[in-house]
Design a protein around this ligand. Structure first.
Ligand SMILES: Cc1cc2nc3c(=O)[nH]c(=O)nc-3n(C[C@H](O)[C@H](O)[C@H](O)COP(=O)(O)OP(=O)(O)OC[C@H]3O[C@@H](n4cnc5c(N)ncnc54)[C@H](O)[C@@H]3O)c2cc1C
Ligand code: FES
Ligand code: FES
Length: 478
């Protein structure tokens, strides 16, 4: 086993940083990357707008080495704890431009943004530049522009000029400095990954293997689990709470893998939403539809599958999907693993069956081509908004085109994600006919007593839920 230590190591642009994070240090393990950057007058480019991942002014890019390739990820530094950087490279806006023979030279991404007048007051601009830089490095196409910029607000320029700049950036045929030194960076990051040990401070432990994580949870069951901390960090940045000591699973190798087998997908709990969106959604359009509008790219780049399930939120977007796909949540302690359905796992409002010495290690999603899947998220804003309501449906037909099995799962209709049981029972064994779906849509309005909140009234939610079932019926040529 590697030795544990209370410092993290990462590259800040090209410079190796070794940072001690303990009670007697200037920075703690729950100092955010933005707080740390802005404590240094050389790194004031990243701005604080909202401190909750919603505006993108603080966007920076994290670079990871995976299978000899560099992966560039835009993230919101305001809700990222410093240990997340352990073994990675942090790129800030200051590093994009350079001075050549005493002349200041912008990165092509910056040049194009300026050319299209994509900046006025400039407060949001460093964040937009970093999102566009990630877009450029990932060689994304025009279709990806909205995805890449969905996490960045700009209140004065107007998005048209930024979009025009993005279109030109997508067409850039330019080998930048980062590409020229890619091989060197790969070597540096590989060396760093080889050298790093599990980070272990007074209030924060970041193991590197599942075995270590399970052992630590057994010894210290009081530790608060985190994946990407996109929920938990807000307790600090917005609610100003002192967090309990943390067990961070984001660097546990085994939990970051997606494996496709003949009859099921196996998804590690520390897999990010963006990884899931990239690797799995070609098989499952219903997942793609939901994940395309999950937070923003910056959020999806850190938010994990285990965190979405572990939060047990009534409006967690993955949860109805996992119900519709009859997924198994694999819960593990040091000695054993047990599978549970999502219905068994979530007991009440944000309450789960997880015992103190346990963690979610993976999710198993069966592959059964006989099922038809469908999903929809309803929110006030299309991008970067939490659900007012979400639905994930699955139906299996018999040979004579009757409903052999059906799952109608909803988020946002109760304190936990739920089945529309009355409608499910009613439709079972019926022919695919509009009248039957109409009757079951009415049953949905009778079954639930949703709440009224800022997003919708209880009556509005009931109507929406029924209409989603009607939409499902009309979406398919069954
Ligand atoms: C700006 C913004 C936009 C968002 N948009 C959406 C959205 O569109 N849809 C949506 O559903 N959510 C959204 N969220 C909420 C959040 O991003 C998701 O719930 C995300 O999946 C949480 O993952 P995480 O790894 O960051 O969780 P964390 O914050 O790390 O953890 C969340 C909870 O899960 C527990 N947990 C974490 N990992 C495990 C594990 N392996 N085993 C057991 N328990 C675990 C933690 O203890 C904690 O209780 C948004 C958040 C922000 C800040
Ligand atoms: S400050 Fe708004 S997303 Fe970070
Ligand atoms: S340029 Fe002013 S907010 Fe974006």
């Amino acid at each position: 086993m590697r030795e544990e230590r209370n410092n993290i190591e990462f590259l800040l642009n090209d410079e190796l940083v070794n940072l001690k994070l303990d009670s007697d240090s200037d920075f703690s393990s729950t100092t955010t990357v933005l707080e740390w950057l802005r404590s240094n007058s050389d790194y004031l480019g990243a701005k604080e707008g909202c401190a909750e991942g919603d505006c993108g002014a603080c966007t920076v890019v994290i670079v990871e080495e995976v299978n000899d390739k560099l992966i560039y990820k835009a993230v919101t530094s305001c809700i990222l704890f410093l240990p997340y950087l352990h073994g990675k490279q942090l790129l800030t806006v200051e590093h994009l431009s350079k001075t050549v023979n005493g002349e200041y030279e912008l990165h092509p991404v910056q040049e194009v943004l300026a050319k299209y007048n994509g900046s006025q007051c400039g407060y949001c601009t460093p964040g937009i530049v970093m999102s566009l830089f990630s877009f450029y490095k990932n060689q994304e196409t025009e279709e990806d522009i909205q995805n890449s910029l969905s996490g960045n607000l700009c209140r004065c320029t107007g998005y048209e000029s930024i979009k025009e700049a993005a279109i030109e950036i997508g067409d850039l045929n330019y080998v930048d400095e980062f590409a020229c030194k890619e091989e060197k960076t790969i070597v540096q990051l590989k060396q760093l990954k080889k050298d790093i040990e599990a980070f272990h401070s007074d209030h924060y432990i970041q193991p590197l293997s599942l075995e270590e994580a399970l052992r630590i949870k057994q010894e210290k069951p009081e530790l608060l689990l985190i994946g990407g901390a996109s929920d938990i960090a807000l307790l600090k940045t917005k609610k100003h709470q002192d967090l309990a000591a943390i067990l961070d699973l984001s660097n546990v190798k085994e939990l970051k893998e997606i494996n496709k087998h003949d009859s099921y997908w196996e998804i590690g709990a520390a897999v990010t939403m963006e990884q899931l969106r990239q690797e799995m959604t070609s098989d499952w359009p219903d997942f793609k539809k939901m994940l395309d509008v999950f937070g923003s790219q910056q959020i999806r780049n850190v938010a994990t599958v285990g965190g979405n399930v572990g939060s047990a939120s009534p409006i967690g977007d993955l949860l109805p999907l996992l119900m519709a796909h009859q997924a198994e949540i694999i819960i593990q302690n040091k000695h054993e693993a047990r599978p549970e359905s999502l219905d068994e796992f979530i007991l009440a409002y944000r309450k789960t069956s997880l015992m103190p010495d346990e963690l979610i290690s993976k999710i198993i999603i069966p592959i059964d081509k006989d099922w038809i899947f469908w999903s929809e998220k309803v929110s006030k804003r299309k991008q970067l908004d939490i659900s007012t309501l979400s639905a994930a449906f699955a139906v299996r037909l018999t040979k004579d085109k009757k409903i052999g099995a059906i799952i109608l799962a909803y988020g946002g209709m109760a304190a936990i994600p739920v089945h529309a049981t009355l409608a499910e029972e009613y439709l079972l064994g019926k022919e695919i006919e509009e009248a039957h779906f109409e009757k079951s849509a009415q049953l949905i309005t009778e079954e639930f007593q949703p709440i009224t909140d800022a997003r919708a009234s209880k009556e509005g939610r009931a109507i929406l839920a029924a209409n989603l079932l009607r939409k499902f019926y009309f979406s398919f040529d069954f």
